[in-house]
Design a protein around this ligand. Structure first.
Ligand code: EPU
Length: 301
């Protein structure tokens, strides 16, 4: 029996040779050997357990806004949480909790929180992707991040069990959420929010919106290419090192903000990765600072 047939026995639908480019905001990539978008916790647990038994690689995908897929075949199972997108609101007091499944869109959660008069996620205005993906990279802006709003996280563990961890039982730091790196699949989290006036939510949102004014608009990208090194800005360093406007194939370093690589049409993963390496090399040679990728680069192994 093929791997796909064995996975189907778990009860989860799987697709073969799934085209990847339109599953990422950057718009590059070939195909996934096997793709699944389980619609429930049980289905996710069953397909993960089956893939582990067969011994094929498992790649976890959130909203695709911070990723580069390879140009050729991504071997193994690409597993997305997009099929799990429910929210349960607990609004009985001033401190409101939202139980959010990993596939919920972060822009949708941010907008819905504001609509309900709930503060806490204004920093996320303009950050694309899913809540699961936001957790995995501890998405944030302006010194704020999703990790600080999370009361608990539920995930499928490397041993196939399901575990809930409360704040204090997991760590997070700037663009880092170590639980994700240890082979876990996030199912859901509980986010804490506070009631606030529409005016204060709007002015706080506006503050974060204004901070993004220098970013490229209407171009496909995977967001910032590199994390900011301590005490400095990757964008500023890339700019002074002359990276703006560098191009390769269909990809270019944005003229607006040097920490964005944009797909001008027809870019490949290797074009983007070439530019990232060239950017890193230039900054390292001129400043001695080694920039760390903020983008998750998928590869077959
Ligand atoms: N700068 C330049 N040239 C550039 C880009 C920036 O000189 O090409 C300078 C700016 O003028 C400014 C400084 O560098 O003085 C910092 O730039 P900016 O205000 O754009 O902030 P950033 O540090 O580049 C961070 C986050 C963004 C987030 C913005 C706004 C990281 C890596 N980047 O950008 O997050 O949207 O602040 O809050 O932490 C992301 O993580 O994908 C992302 C886009």
């Amino acid at each position: 029996m093929s791997a796909a047939e064995l996975l189907r026995l778990s009860g989860c639908e799987v697709e073969l040779h799934k085209p990847l480019a339109n599953m990422s905001t950057l718009g590059v990539g070939g195909t996934a050997e096997i793709y699944a978008e389980p619609a429930s916790q049980e289905s996710a647990a069953a397909v993960i357990s089956a893939a582990r038994r067969i011994g094929i690689p498992i790649h976890v995908l959130g909203g695709g806004s911070n990723v580069i897929f390879p140009d050729g075949l991504l071997e193994g199972l690409l597993l997305s949480s997009r099929g799990m997108s429910g929210i349960v609101w607990h609004e009985d007091d001033d401190c409101v909790r939202a139980e959010v499944q990993a596939g919920v869109s972060l822009p949708m959660l941010t907008a819905e929180s504001a609509r309900r008069g709930l503060s806490g996620l204004e920093f996320a205005f303009g950050i694309p992707g899913t809540v699961g993906g936001a957790l995995a990279g501890n998405a944030g802006a302006g010194g704020r991040s999703i990790g600080e709003r999370v009361l608990s996280v539920t995930s499928i563990e490397p041993d196939d069990s399901i575990a809930e961890r409360r704040s204090g039982e997991f760590s997070y730091s700037y663009r880092s959420f170590p639980l994700a790196a240890e082979g876990r699949f996030f199912l859901s989290c509980v986010v804490s929010l506070e009631r606030a006036s529409a005016e204060s939510i709007e002015s706080e949102t506006e503050r974060f919106r204004a901070a993004r004014a220098n970013q490229p608009k209407g171009m496909r990208s995977a967001g910032c290419s590199f994390k900011n090194p301590p005490g400095d800005s990757a964008g500023r360093l890339l700019d002074v090192c002359g990276c703006k406007g560098m191009s390769r194939g269909g990809a270019a370093v944005s003229e607006r903000h040097a920490n964005f690589i944009v797909n001008c049409g027809g870019a490949s993963a290797s074009d983007v990765i070439f530019l990232m390496e060239e950017c890193r090399r230039r900054v390292f040679e001129r400043t001695g600072i080694s920039l760390e990728s903020e983008i998750k680069i998928f590869s077959a192994d």
